[in-house]
Every structure is written in C-alpha cells, then in structure tokens.
Design a protein around this ligand. Sequence first.
Ligand SMILES: *Cc1c(COP(=O)(O)O)cnc(C)c1O
Length: 484
Amino acid sequence: MTEPLNGFTGFGRRDPGFVSASQAMRQAETEARMAQSDPLGSARRATEARAASAQALSQATADLGRGVNPWGNPTARSGALRFARDDAGEGRPSFDPDKLASIPPVDRRWSWVEVDLNAIRHNATAVKKRLAPGTRLMAVVKADAYGHGAVQCARTALNSGAEYLGVATVDEAIQLREALINAPILILAEPPVTAIPLLLGYKVMPTVYTAEFAIQYAEAADAFGLRAPFHLKVNTGMNRIGVRHDEVVPFMHQVGFHRALELVGTFTHFATADCAETLDFQIQVKRFIEAVNALRGAGIDPGIIHAANSAAAIRYPDVQFDMVRLGIGLYGFHPCPETYPLIDLRPAMSVKARITDTRLVPMSEGVSYGLHYRSPGSVKICTLPIGYADGLRRNLSGRVRFLLGGASVRQVGNICMDQCMFEVDLRTYGLRERIDPQVGDEVVIVGSSGDASVTVEDLCDLLDTIPHEVTIGFGCSRMPRLYV
Ligand SMILES: *Cc1c(COP(=O)(O)O)cnc(C)c1O
C-alpha cells in the first residue's frame, strides 16, 4: 500500500472555477507570510488573508457538498468597530482597529495560561525514544490539545517525531487544516454522516464502525473520484464505540465490496491501561490480536495497527504495535503512578495572574460569598482576576495555595466566577521575610516559583480527578494562552 502524506489519494473532479483546498491554503500561506514581513497593518492583512482563504475554501467545500461556511463571518471584528469611527466627529480621537487589536491579551485581563512548547518537544521525544524503530507516534490534540492549543502543539509534536494527529471532532480537524497542517489526521470516533463532505474536502480520516457510515462515506468519495480512507475501531472491552472484536471479519465483508473504501488502520482503546490491575488489560490485548489475525486470515490488510494511549505506550512496550496515541503524556503529565519511574515528563502548562486589588481586612470580618473565611487580623487580602469560569474550580475554595515570589500563600473565601482572593500574613516570624504584595504583582496558580511549586497533580488530588480535566479546565477557558 503506498501511503500518501495525509492518508488520501486523488483529487476531486475539477469543474471550471474549482479551487482546491490545498490551492486556497497555499494562497493563505503566502498572504500570511506577506503580512508577517509588514508588522504595520499585519492584523488587517491577516484578517483579509483569512477572509480570502475562507471564501476560497468554502467554495471548494460547496463544490463537494452542502456549501457550509465553517468560519462564520471573518470580518465581524472590523464591523463591530464601525460605531466608534462614525461617532468620531470634529476634534474627537478615532480608534485605529489595528492598534486596538495589538493590545496583548495579557494586558486586557491579568490572568493567563503559559504553555512551554519545549516541554512538549521534550515529552514527544522522550516517548518516541521508547518506541521500536518504525513505530509511529500519534499526537492526540483533541480538546484544543488538552487546553494547550491544538495548532501550536500539533506543529511542535510533528517537529519532534510525531507523524499522525488524533482529534475528537470534525471541526478540530478543520482547525488544523486551516492552519496549513498537512499531516494525516484521524478523528477518533465516527462523525455523523452529514459531515462526510467535510472529511473529503479537508482530507481528514474518520474512525468507522457502522456499515451505514462506511457505505455513505465510500459513495460520496466515489462520486468525486476520491478514495475513502478510514481506521476501523474494534471494541475489545471498553464498550464505548467500535465493532465487536469477534465481528470484524463479517463487518468488513459487509462493507468491503465498495471500491473507494480503504482500510488504513485498525485500532482499539484500553479501559484499564492506567490501572494497577492488569488482567482486564490482558484480556483486551488478546481480543485485539485475535481480531487483527482474523482480518489477516480473511485476506484483509488491517493497515496501521494501534491500541496504546499514554499509559499503555509507556507501561507496556508489547502493545505499541505500529503506532501509539499519545495524549496526556505529550503535555507532561503521568497517566498513573506506575509511569513515574519509567519516563521523565515535563508539564507544559502553568497558570498565572496579577493582583488587581489588596486590602487590610480587620479581625473577624469575612471575605467572599458566604463570608465563610474570617480574617484573623494582620492579614492582607489580595484579589486575582481568575475564577471558576477560568478553570479554577470552585471546589478548591479554601483548599489551595498560590505562589508569590517563591512564598506559598493561602487562597481564602469562596472562589467566584471571575475572581478569587488569597491571604498574606503581614507578621514577621523569626527569620522569615515579610512579604507585602502590591497590585500588579505576579502570582502562580499552577507552576513553580523559587523552590516552591503547585502542580496539576496537587489539584487533581484535591478534586479527585485526572490531569486531563484540570488542564482542559484552564486551557479551554476564556484565559489567553502565552507560548514561552
Ligand atoms: C483521548 C484518546 C487517547 C489519548 O489518551 P491519553 O490517556 O491522554 O494518552 C488515545 N486514544 C483514544 C481513542 C482517545 O480517545
């Protein structure tokens, strides 16, 4: 089987005026480069380039199917400013949209997420080193790369040994293509049949496990002279999605007659790769190997065989097969205690904020909703612009510590939707240096400062959850991301 770069062969039928997605992307790339070499007006040019590529791409998509414009209205931003210009009469200043747009997100609100792309690079390389030569690495960048930014993380992973990208939704895949990423992309579940034109237009591979989808996908591809590459999902015990492990051969016989269909990969997903117990895991491995062997026995090439998520990829070299799907490990978090001695991972995310207000609260006065915290006196109460709408879960109220200039301070009072408070003891004990925080001082919510650190794992312990949920909570919130 010859394997094209993104898993697809052939292009669509070319009617007059047809603009292929790749043509439109090349155009957008050129325009983006031009915009970069001219920093003045680059925001406007980028908007224009985006609008032009959106138009060309939506034309290409319309040619394939329903003509849905997946970008909404790219010029909405300048439209919203019109009133400011209209109102700017004699002697009044007018607003330059470029200048407004150039105010950095961290100067608009004092809370942000920092993502260390060197850590992502380190983690991808560390996992890649554990793989047998020729075993592929899939970077799982769903949910905006677990809150770390899908496009930036995908690019970094692809430059660090990853060859494949995994996402959860069609729109996540389109976002990567729109950023001119050309690596093979697998959607890790079967999309609705109504999304099939988007798969073909953007060259994105679906996971398949129903005959209805397989046949509609194949027929749509055939109508445009395209191939219909896919990965077959096998349910070996997780019981979420997939063709039952002992029904893969009949399934492939049911759909395999279609000439456009191309089985590019066969995979399963483990329910207990991160659990101490290994019997259920071994049962899934056995069922998966039997299913793959049954396909081969029936003369069907299963393509790229893959099963391992981060936990399995790190713990069980035997199940690396042809590819591993690295999610949480890519972002530097251990999927379970068992992986700590096996690999050195570096967390890529930290969360920071600046103090927006401070006050001395007299003894016995309360702080925040419910006034559950009462001042012991001699404390400065500092306010941060980060709350549960930013991923700082309300459940952590009064239970977390933040870092300020290397010192650890106690969050107090209920965490609000947009803000929270912490307490600084103004008394000096023995050799301890007194800290007196001011508005504008930087505070670490997650990360390190001096010798002290607050980790995502610390928050997981308090919340009884896994790092995935915590990083997505911060990273997929309204806080801006800063790449360092
Ligand atoms: C999310 C996902 C992964 C990645 O899992 P991690 O535990 O984050 O490594 C792998 N495979 C599938 C099918 C997934 O949905």
